[in-house]
Design a protein around this ligand. Sequence first.
Ligand code: AMP
Length: 298
Amino acid sequence: MPPASDADFSLAGAPPRPGGPVILTSPAAMQRWRRDHPGELGFVPTMGYLHDGHLALVRRSRAENPLTVVSIFVNPAQFGPGEDFERYPRDEVRDLALLREAGVDAVYLPSAAEMYPPGYQTYVTVEHLTQRLEGAARPGHFRGVATVVLKLFNAVSPTRAYFGRKDAQQLRVIRRMVRDLDLPVEVVPCEIVREPDGLAMSSRNVYLSPEQRGAAPVVKRSLDAAAAAWAAGERDAETLRRIVRGVIAAEPLAALEYVSLADDETLEELEGRVERPALLSLVVRFGSTRLLDNLELA
Ligand code: AMP
């Protein structure tokens, strides 16, 4: 392969690390590596089983920072009893190959035993924001998310951290935590990456049967229908939610768990005329698989 030009480097951030990324498996090892690699650093936290949505975050980080760290950690603290922690898809070998190809500098792969040793008892609670939507459907979920993200930030000390808009409530919870706890990190939101038929990419899409996968684009279609009504001037919150319900109801394999039109920042449900930026979000079940999607209306 010919050597990349300087111009390529300025587009893609620093050149790929020769020999591939360093792999760090404990908070202490991660902190040591960070002390030895000062300066601006972009961080992409993930639960692995990487897809193009994750890799878009990695590319953005590489373009904006001289160093990029990706973490892979399936965080037991954010799964409730009876959820899919054990069967959550994992493929470390493939993930590491993709991250090597993407040119990241280090991969942080802590074990659950390192993250939550015996006696562990400290958690972060973001109060009101986490009571709604996914927080209501999955009690304790965001306590686990906020806790692990703070622990990851403390190990990695990133300048910037990249989060997908796909997990809209998670993004808002992390932003709130960063503001409330004065964390010295810039949270960078990234656009949702979709399959060609509109389905938002997700590690959990592998749970779908071929029939369910065929039906799944209805989720995005329901948002498109609401977006079209919004663009045509519709501002009544219940009418916009009803449009989403109607599209989902026409697909027999899909069961709507909830649809919400909420204040974009507080996530308080809106009634009547929508006068400020709003988040339209929904969860649709295909069998036992929950698909999340959302659209910002402004
Ligand atoms: P996860 O591995 O599912 O915890 O996701 C790790 C990060 O990737 C989170 O910030 C997600 O919001 C983001 N992400 C996941 N899927 C997508 C997608 N389809 N488009 C953009 N970002 C995504």
